[in-house]
Design a protein around this ligand. Structure first.
Ligand code: ADP
Ligand code: MG
Length: 696
């Protein structure tokens, strides 16, 4: 099985050998044999063990060479030092793919890493693909194969959701949850160290698998974001990908020293998912619940919901939840109302939500659903269905299923009942593919996820602009100089020169070495001026009295510099003289390197309270104009930028351009680790940077 070829031998093996199959009940080799047998694997099983004649009643062979038939897939469950030779043997035997369940390789340090390299080199010789090591394996529930090449414990029913998880633990939770709620699964893959077969490769393969309607993903880190982006963008056009995000928050924040880095936390992967068109969840339960809806329902065109209820309170809860998720419950047309007046009981509420009342039976429910299906401005249908003991609930459920067959608009149902009594009704809904939830809020969230996904797919953010008026060569030289001087933090003149080279507007500035020079410079810039203590040893100047604003003449300037020298005794300290920019709104724009993803770009309300207010938003490079505009409108203080209480708004065009220019700068120079402009001062028709910081 060559690289880039399909993964048939892994997911559709005609025969499975187990090197390390064991008679011991609680050993992994034994559990996998048991799983293959119990799940009803349709191919040949070949346990390999030099000391056993049979395992769980199946003939065992002393070595892989003694196996009589061809072997598609082999599990290796023996200790790490023996794995490279076992891989070599498999190569000689003509095995096509291997799952190495054994742990103790790269994740354990250099010795393990050497073993991993060793077996990979041997595998490559034979065009043999490796899944793992340190992994669970795969499951294919297709009734024609029933391959349970895994040591987990859930025996899923066939379905249309496929799960790929870097962590087997999370994968197992998701699989078990689908099982508990009675939803089937298509395929499962958990590849641990991912030394060869990668998660993107699995996603691409499932993109082609007709039985997979939805892909559920759990990753902690992406080893090759570019490949991942390419694959998902392609697969997403065919089927939804839902992801669980976790496990990358604290580290990034701890390591960062800039504002941008400190505030970013681990948001990069979230933004990355969004750019790839993947819907990400923070809660594994919400992900599972949404997946149930995705697996049976079409994607809605928009966010307008028609609600049908036979009980009051749950409709209110659902309305709250839907509104919080950004969905709307619009009024229905007069035509629709006229129809409902004819079909509903007199006590019914003819509106959206339609309250069909508790006594409503199949004809009333059916009419209400039909009306919602016919309303052009309604995109999806939400049903609250409590099972009244005086109603033929089975007939009601059958109507739901009938309409659901049209696959015209998605339906979710908050189904409130005692499932041990309403067995037949429950079965009708389940077999009919109606996603049912026990609570109104949960059903609402699942529907909101469908709508979010629809929005994600319909979004066109354009492509990044390339400004050709920038002086790339100059920046290159400055960074090179900074490097050769052994600098991590660039000096303020280096920073300002870099920003100027990318045409980012600055307040007039000059660096001076003493009071005499400062006075001369201030005359050139023009009073009033600002003085700032300038030394690479100072990170936040105002914390130590290193910023003095609104200095109106030479005497005051000399006094301020003298005081600064007394207060901050740093040898070789210089003085930045800067144009004083009174008034305006203080903003922050920054960039922070995100290994593998490019840079995070931050925008928000700046100044000295930035960490207190935390009113900032992020995007990943390259940032397009549409994305930059979206950043502006998504901070909490967005109305301030637009102008409140008769105030004029600020120069948003200028901000949007600076964000794009910064995106280009850090894309051109990935060696820039962190860049903060804080603050930029913005007015109605201009914007200038008054403080900057760059580390390389
Ligand atoms: P630091 O961030 O190192 O403390 P800044 O240069 O950002 O120092 O200055 C701190 C604050 O001083 C800014 O947030 C701003 O309010 C004010 N300030 C700095 N430079 C100017 C300027 N040129 N014009 C007007 N106000 C300024
Ligand atoms: Mg500052």
């Amino acid at each position: 099985m060559e690289k880039g070829s399909n993964l048939d031998a892994l997911f559709w093996p005609k025969s499975v050998a187990l090197i390390g199959a064991s008679k011991k009940e609680l050993s992994i080799g034994n559990v996998i044999t048991k799983n293959l047998l119990r799940y009803g694997y349709k191919g040949q099983i070949y346990p390999v063990n030099p000391k056993a004649d049979e395992i769980r009643g199946i003939v065992a062979y002393p070595t892989i060479f003694d196996v009589p038939g061809e072997v598609d897939l082999t599990h290796i469950v023996i200790p790490p030092p023996f794995v490279p030779q076992a891989v070599e043997d498999c190569g000689k035997k003509g095995v096509k793919a291997i799952i190495i369940n054994t742990a103790g390789f790269k994740e354990m340090g250099s010795e393990g890493e050497a073993l991993e390299k060793d077996f990979l080199a041997r595998a490559e010789k034979y065009n043999l693909r490796i899944f793992g090591p340190n992994c669970q394996g795969i499951i294919n529930t297709d009734p024609s194969i029933k391959a349970y090449c895994d040591f987990t414990f859930t025996y899923p029913d066939p379905g249309s959701i496929s799960i790929v998880a870097q962590s087997g633990g999370v994968g197992a939770i998701i699989m078990q949850n689908f099982f508990d709620v009675g939803i089937g699964m298509r395929m499962y893959a958990s590849n641990g160290n991912a030394s060869d077969i990668s998660i993107p490769e699995v996603i691409r393969y499932w993109g082609e698998d007709e039985g997979t309607r939805v892909i559920v993903l759990y990753v902690e880190s992406l080893s090759d974001p570019e490949e991942f982006m390419e694959v998902t963008k392609e697969v997403i056009t065919k089927k939804p990908i839902l992801a669980m995000r976790a496990g990358y928050t604290k580290e990034g924040a701890k390591a960062a020293t800039s504002h941008t880095g400190g505030l970013a936390g681990g948001i990069a992967i979230d933004i990355f998912f969004k750019k790839a068109g993947i819907l990400a969840f923070k809660d594994v339960a919400e992900l599972c619940q949404a997946a149930v809806a995705f697996s049976t329902q079409p994607i809605p065109k928009g966010k307008h919901v028609g609600m049908i209820t036979n009980t009051g309170g749950p409709a209110i809860i659902a309305t709250d939840e839907l509104s919080m998720a950004g969905l709307k419950i619009p009024q229905i047309s007069d035509k629709a109302k006229a129809v409902l007046k004819e079909t509903m009981f007199p006590a019914a509420s003819i509106s959206n939500p339609v309250d069909v009342v508790a006594t409503a039976g199949a004809p009333q429910f059916r009419s209400a659903i039909d009306v919602m299906m016919d309303e052009d401005h309604i995109d999806s249908i939400y049903i609250n269905f409590v099972t009244p003991p005086f109603v033929d609930c089975e007939s009601v459920a059958r109507e739901f299923v009938e309409v659901n067959k049209q696959k015209k608009k998605p339906i979710v149902c908050n189904y409130m009942t005692d499932k041990s009594q309403w067995i037949e009704t429950t079965k009708i809904l389940k077999d009919g593919g109606i996603p049912c939830y026990d609570f109104p809020g949960i059903a609402a969230k699942a529907l909101a996820a469908l709508a979010d996904y629809s929005e994600l797919q319909s979004k066109d953010t354009g492509s990044a602009k390339c400004f050709d008026d920038v002086d790339k060569a100059k920046v290159k030289k400055i960074i090179k100089n900074g490097r050769s001087a052994g600098r991590e933090l660039l000096t303020s003149s280096q920073v300002y020169n870099i920003l100027e080279s990318y045409r980012i507007p600055l307040a007039g500035w000059s660096v001076t070495k003493d009071a005499d020079q400062a006075v001369k410079t201030a005359e050139k810039i023009g009073y009033p001026v600002v003085v700032k203590a300038d030394s690479e040893m100072i990170s936040h100047k105002s914390d130590m009295g290193g910023v003095a604003v609104n200095i109106t003449d030479a005497d005051e300037l000399r006094k301020v510099i003298k005081n600064m020298i007394n207060r901050i005794a740093i040898p070789g300290m210089k003085f930045l003289i800067q144009e004083f920019i009174p008034g305006g709104t203080e903003l922050i724009i920054g960039a922070n390197e995100e290994k593998g993803f490019g840079h995070l770009i931050m925008f928000g309300i700046g100044g000295i309270y930035v960490e207190v207010l935390k009113d900032v938003v992020f995007d990943l490079t390259p940032v397009t104009q549409i994305e930059a505009e979206e950043m502006l409108s998504s901070i909490k203080a967005a109305p301030i930028l637009n102008g409140v209480r008769g105030e004029k708004g600020v120069y948003k065009k200028g901000i949007v351009e600076i964000i794009q220019r910064l995106s280009q700068l850090v894309t051109d120079f990935p060696e820039i680790k962190e860049l903060d402009m804080n603050p930029l001062i913005v007015f109605e028709d201009k914007i200038v940077v008054v403080d900057g910081r760059i580390s390389i």
